[in-house]
Design a protein around this ligand. Structure first.
Ligand SMILES: [Zn+2]
Length: 224
């Protein structure tokens, strides 16, 4: 999904009460098209005559560049909210993601089953691409051995793979699907009919939102 301002504002309130004891004041929220960060938190930092640091004008932004799943969006917001909490409480940390940040992150992750990360070692586009909702055409096959396997097809090779599969494998049963489930991102976008073994229960879980297709070898359309 892609965030909207109203969605983020609503989540902000929800998480504020759930994880921050409602202590975070409302904050301006912006949408961005950032490539390198799914979210960011900014504020002005000024020093007074005595050298004390003051923070002001906080702003939280969320990138809508990538179509990501909801939990990643929520975890991204929570990450930025931790920065906000640290700022408004004037907590000292050794770096942006120092021990104070990490201990808050770990606590929220443990208490609420979240998966907030410090993603500085990976770029946002890498994080997002794992969870990106992009369309896949795939064939799911039950082999004669009983094992389940699948191939995610490159768009230009769907019909070649359709023809080739029964020649390469002993297939008991096969079904074609269109799915945007990010689970399928992990399989190569195949140009040949190479099946990958999958665990049946796991597969069934990720086929829930899929659209079954019917194929006659020349066209493919949603099954009626
Ligand atoms: Zn951060």
């Amino acid at each position: 999904m892609k965030a909207s301002i109203s969605y983020i504002e609503q989540k902000f309130q929800e998480f504020n009460h759930l994880c921050f004891e409602g202590k975070l004041p409302p904050i301006p929220i912006r949408l961005s098209n950032a490539r390198n960060a799914l979210g960011s938190f900014r504020c002005k930092r000024t020093r007074d005559l005595l050298g004390r640091v003051h923070y002001s004008d906080p702003c939280l932004s969320i990138s809508t560049r990538y179509d990501i799943d909801e939990t990643l969006l929520e975890d991204t917001l929570l990450h930025e909210m931790i920065h906000y909490y640290i700022m408004i409480n004037g907590l000292k940390d050794s770096s942006a993601h120092g021990p104070v940040f990490r201990s808050m992150m770990d606590e929220i992750n443990t208490r609420y089953g979240r998966h907030i990360t410090i993603s500085h070692r990976r770029t946002a586009s890498e994080v997002a691409s794992d969870r990106l909702r992009k369309p896949h055409v795939l064939c799911v096959a039950r082999l004669s051995s009983g094992a389940m396997a699948l191939v995610v097809c490159a768009r230009s090779r769907v019909f070649d793979i359709y023809d080739e599969l029964p020649r390469r494998y002993l297939i008991k049963e096969s079904h074609w699907y269109w799915s945007k489930d990010p689970y399928f991102n992990r399989f190569p976008n195949s140009i040949t009919a190479k099946l990958y073994r999958v665990e049946a229960a796991e597969l069934a879980e990720h086929l829930k939102g899929a659209i079954e297709l019917e194929c006659d070898g020349r066209t493919m359309r949603p099954k009626r």
